[in-house]
Design a protein around this ligand. Structure first.
Ligand code: C2E
Ligand code: CA
Ligand code: CA
Length: 691
């Protein structure tokens, strides 16, 4: 039972203590047993001094790039010199050199005392083990004095050196395995081939060094060249290995590394189904906007800051990885509760504004969680499902979402649709339909609403309600709106050229209202088509006005300054306070079709429509009733003072050619109609209307 198992930190602590104590005992034994007088008398002073110095330098210049805080590793460039010292200097001197080097390294790297003691312990044990094996094979006493290394000592020395390195690696691997709860086999097996190759080369250098030491220090100096070359080559190899598994921008692990971590964690938890592991995936919200508007250097810096913050939260044995773009992931050796707690902490860590150069940026993120074995039992499935959960979190605007099977079909379908929409924009599958807005008195067309249409090569017509929300969440909506605006103004310009005057209504998404560049784009489009700003109405929803009110106010005010009309779409469905009506200059209210369609049968609906019309009239706004599906409704609306209707009964959305014919048919004989001014609007002062 999990509760009975001793806490991990206790086991690690006990093990570290045991190694340190055992090492201390070994050290004491060596100090006592060594005949120091004889050793010092026989030692080849210069050669040994050289080897000790080389060992010290080798220890301080590690081969690994990731070494910072981890226990000292077996493969160190001090290895060949310690191996040589085992024979040339004797056990006492070899151990002394190794321990001094280890302390120097730990002090330089400010390792905590416990780690330093552990390092001393494991080095003492491994050096003693190496010497014991060498002495046994070569037929020398373990605590014997310094010696010259001849041909028959070389093989025992290589074997003794190998034992030294292996014992060292094993002692370190156990502490890692305990700390990260991975099977020992996996930890030892990591980079085994690379480890074996490097060790082999280092041991050979060590054996040669031992042999030439008796010929004088000059030969040892000559040996420096190949030693330095080996060091350089190994360093490059280590760096390459690091690059292959790390992200160069942030220094975090990459997708490959995540996959390895996950595979190991799965193996470690195989016999305990409650232990997870889990995967927390994280994605920044609107990172693309930041990248696009502020430039890549700012985006890069932001990613580095984010990586730094994630790292600070995670700490310990977990590691953050960057999967590319603005996606990050962490493997959690634990169940759902641990994962959700970590997801919360990670998101909270990103909450505070981030300083990038002069800028203070606010980044938020969403998180998706998948936990083994419920959400997958292999790395690939867990990664896929955490990704799906992440996507769902974005769609639902929840910050964290745990994977559920229900997302699957839905999400895959939507992901597919999103990819298709990208292609649709480039291959002309989108078009624009226009639905007339009709003056209820004389039934003439006073405006049209532009409605995007998508004819999918396989699915046929895809309704906007199913792809517009996707486009909004993915940022593709900007391209969709630009397309609709451009097409609509092009058609409007043609109708104008034929002498027709009418308003063009184009739908905006909530997202546009926080885009300060929007007014400029609208103005450009108007100028490109030579259409006066007053003929364009942009429809926004109450939710859009309220989701980022500070920016929405600026954007709306600027659009109004240009002279573009603003309509509140789906009026009455937003559950919003009417405060914005006071704050913003709105031109038009569109009563939602859910109230209009049934107003003649449903008393509630009738009252809502009536009071909306009264409100609009009192505020001097134009009011349009949507969803007029019956003649009766049209008549009632007119009686209530609503001037304009839109709905299937009056006209269905149709092609621009059809609208052209309709306008032509409506045209009174003998000339063009005046501009659309009907619609029960009180005259209202407007800011300068320029194209
Ligand atoms: P909406 O802005 O409320 O647009 C009116 C919708 O009501 C249109 O559906 C229209 O065909 C439908 N409709 C018109 N008269 C009647 C009627 O009498 N009865 C009923 N039941 N429905 C009627 P559509 O074209 O499917 O568009 C649905 C929604 O998709 C739109 O609602 C709008 O929110 C969004 N949308 C459409 N085109 C665009 C666009 O270009 N950009 C953006 N951002 N959103 C768009
Ligand atoms: Ca609309
Ligand atoms: Ca509407």
């Amino acid at each position: 039972m999990a509760a009975r198992r001793p806490a991990r930190s206790f086991v690690v602590g006990a093990y570290v203590t045991a190694v340190a104590v055992l090492g201390a005992v070994g050290l004491a034994l060596v100090v006592v047993q060594t005949d120091w007088a004889q050793t010092l008398a026989q030692v080849p002073v210069w050669a040994v001094a050289f080897l000790v110095l080389a060992a010290l330098i080798g220890e301080i210049k590690p081969l690994s790039v990731t070494r910072g805080d981890e226990p000292a590793e077996a493969v160190s460039s001090s290895t060949p010199f310690i191996v040589a010292l085992i024979s040339v200097g004797g056990l006492g001197i070899a151990l002394g050199a190794q321990l001094v080097a280890s302390v120097a390294d730990d002090v330089l790297r400010r390792r905590p005392a416990t780690k330093s003691l552990f390092n001393l312990g494991q080095y003492a044990i491994s050096v003693i083990a190496g010497r014991v094996v060498f002495a046994a094979l070569a037929g020398h006493p373990v605590f014997g004095p310094p010696m010259t290394v001849g041909m028959r000592d070389v093989l025992p020395l290589l074997v003794g050196g190998a034992v030294l390195v292996l014992v060292n690696r094993l002692l370190v691997a156990v502490v890692v395995a305990l700390a990260v709860r991975q099977p020992l086999g996996i930890v030892v097996g990591q980079d085994a081939r690379f480890f074996a190759a490097t060790t082999g080369v280092l041991l050979c250098v060590g054996a040669v060094a031992a042999n030439v030491a008796s010929s004088g220090v000059v030969f040892l100096f000559l040996l420096c060249a190949p030693a330095v070359a080996v060091y350089g080559m190994t360093k490059v190899a280590v760096r390459h290995a690091h690059q292959a598994t790390h992200d160069s921008l942030t220094g975090l692990g990459n997708r490959d590394r995540l996959q390895t971590q996950l595979t190991h964690a799965l193996a470690a938890a195989a016999d305990d189904p409650a232990a997870g592991p889990g995967l927390v995936m994280l994605d920044l919200d609107h990172f693309k906007d930041i990248n696009d508007t502020l430039g890549h250097p700012v985006g890069d810096e932001l990613l580095r800051n984010v990586a730094h913050r994630l790292d600070a939260v995670i700490g310990g044995t977990r590691q953050a990885n960057r999967l590319g773009g603005d996606e990050f992931a962490v493997v959690v050796a634990g169940g759902l509760v641990d994962c959700e707690a970590l997801a919360r902490d990670l998101l909270a860590a990103l909450e505070a504004p981030t300083q990038v150069g002069e800028l203070e940026l606010l980044v938020r993120a969403s998180a998706g969680v998948a936990v083994a074995p419920a959400h997958g039992t292999d790395a690939a499935t867990l990664m896929k499902n955490a990704d799906i959960a992440l996507y769902q979190a974005k769609l639902d605007r929840d910050r964290t979402c745990v994977y559920s099977e229900q997302f699957d079909a839905h999400t895959l379908e939507r992901l597919g649709l999103l990819a298709d929409l990208r292609a649709a924009l480039d291959t002309g599958q989108l078009s624009v339909a226009y639905q007339p807005q009709v003056d209820l008195t004389d039934r003439r067309t006073v405006g049209v609403e532009a409605l995007v249409r998508w004819r999918h090569p396989v699915r046929g017509q895809v309704p906007p309600d199913s792809f517009i929300p996707l486009a909004e969440k993915s940022g593709l909506i900007a391209a969709v709106t630009a397309f609709v605006l451009n097409t609509a103004l092009g058609d409007l310009a043609r109708w104008r050229a034929e002498g027709h005057r009418l308003r063009m209504a184009v739908n905006l998404s909530a997202r546009h209202l926080s885009d300060l560049a929007l007014p400029r784009q609208v103005l450009d489009a108007l100028q490109r088509h030579g259409v006066p700003a007053g003929d364009l109405v942009l429809e926004v929803t109450e939710t859009g006005l309220l989701s980022d009110p500070a920016r929405a106010d600026v954007v709306i005010a600027e659009l109004r300054r240009i002279g573009v009309g603003i309509a509140v779409d789906d009026y009455g469905t937003g559950h919003a306070s009417l405060n914005y009506l006071k704050r913003l200059e709105i031109d038009e209210l569109k009563v939602d079709r859910s109230f209009v369609s049934d107003m003649d049968r449903d008393r509630h609906d009738f009252v809502i429509v009536r009071s909306t019309i009264t409100l609009a009239r009192d505020l001097g706004l134009r009011v349009i009733a949507e969803g007029v599906q019956e003649e009766e409704t049209a008549v009632s609306l007119q009686a209530l003072g609503c001037g304009i209707g839109q709905g299937y009964h009056l006209a269905r959305p149709t092609t621009s050619a059809e609208i052209g014919r309709r306008l032509h048919a409506e045209q009174p004989r003998g000339g063009a109609r005046p501009a659309a001014t009907t619609g029960g609007t009180l005259p209202r002062p407007r800011p300068g209307t320029q194209a």
